[in-house]
Design a protein around this ligand. Structure first.
Ligand code: RIB
Ligand code: CA
Length: 326
């Protein structure tokens, strides 16, 4: 059983990552969600986090509200992909019951990680503002985290600029702090790997036909995500970036990683870029992470559907193998 805290800015792909983590109850213990300004503002992402837990029937899991803005910059959001409310403008966040904890997310992160040193895996699927502040607050925080898995960055091409991926673009100073903090084990799951986590129209249609509250929730909120992908990139479907961090936790073999030294640009033309030195190519650079360079798309969706909708796994396998009639 892996104990995890998910630091998140829900966010449509965040929502799917959280739902998958909650479904893998024999493998993952989700201790808490900590929210951070990112896809939309902090109040919206926090309400969305509560709503996602409610839809999964898990609102006993605590939500801690975090940073309302990047460490040193003004906020940049991503409504064109996630909707103004961050969950596809379907009103899901409006009717969330419950409330977040009173304790500030960064206080919680430091307190909990230090109390259970070496036992908690931190999964960061939004801008790294909270994680960076925890590093700044406590010199032992980084070494106390068992493992840090980050959705963010890109080795070659960004999605907010030719070089910068959204989570690092939003708060480059935070990302720079995190990559130089000396965490024991860091995996950067960047855009090259998440390109394989691409929900096709056929698989999205299956979610509609499965016709459960969770499948229909995923189907509904990914509509806006798919629309954004079509409008911005003329791509049919949508990339489930954050979900790959959870799939990686559930089966490390689905993701290929290589050792690397990563640093973050915080100014100029390539502001927010993750500069990746693969240490095999650049042996003079000291490894500070592993970067995910590719993923097995079939394995990804077999895990995603296998945990969330196990009775449909055989149909998913046939769809993935190109069979039209299933
Ligand atoms: O670039 C992808 C990342 O930006 C994901 O975490 C998505 O939720 C958005 O925040
Ligand atoms: Ca996210």
């Amino acid at each position: 059983m892996q104990k995890i805290i998910i630091d998140t800015d829900p966010g449509i792909d965040d929502a799917l990552a959280i739902l998958l983590a909650l479904a893998a109850k024999d493998e993952l213990e989700v201790i808490a969600l900590t929210t951070v300004n990112g896809n939309v503002g902090i109040d919206k992402v926090t309400k969305n986090a509560l709503k996602i837990l409610e839809i999964a029937g898990k609102n006993v899991i605590p939500v801690y509200k975090g940073n309302a803005k990047p460490l040193m910059r003004k906020s940049g959001h991503c409504e064109e992909y996630h909707g103004d409310d961050g969950l596809g403008n379907l009103g899901f966040g409006d009717c969330c019951r419950g409330d977040c904890q009173k304790e500030y997310a960064v206080d919680f992160l430091v307190r909990k990680v230090k109390a259970e040193t070496g036992e908690i895996t931190l999964v960061a699927i939004g801008p790294l503002t909270n994680v960076a502040e925890a590093v700044q607050r406590d010199s032992e925080f980084a070494q106390s985290v068992k493992e840090l898995i980050i959705m963010g960055g890109a080795e070659y091409e960004g999605n907010m600029s030719p070089h910068a991926e959204f989570n690092f673009w939003t708060d480059p100073e935070a990302a720079k702090i995190v990559f130089s903090a000396g965490f024991k084990k860091v995996t950067m799951v960047g855009l090259e790997a998440t390109s394989y986590a691409f929900l096709s129209p056929a698989l999205r249609e299956l979610l509609y036909l499965i016709n459960t509250p969770v499948s229909r929730f995923i189907y509904e909120i990914t509509r806006v995500y798919a629309d954004g992908n079509w409008n911005m990139k003329r791509e049919l479907g949508c990339r489930l970036c954050d979900v790959l961090t959870i799939v990686y936790l559930l089966n490390r073999d689905v993701v290929k990683t290589v050792d690397a030294f990563v640093d973050i640009e915080t100014q100029g033309l390539c502001d927010g870029a993750s500069v990746v030195y693969r240490t095999k190519r650049y042996p003079d650079k000291k490894k500070n992470c592993e970067i995910a360079v590719k993923a097995d798309a079939k394995g990804f969706f077999e895990i995603f559907f296998g945990y969330l909708f196990p009775e449909y796994l055989n149909i998913v396998k046939e769809l993935l193998n190109g069979k039209e009639e299933v």
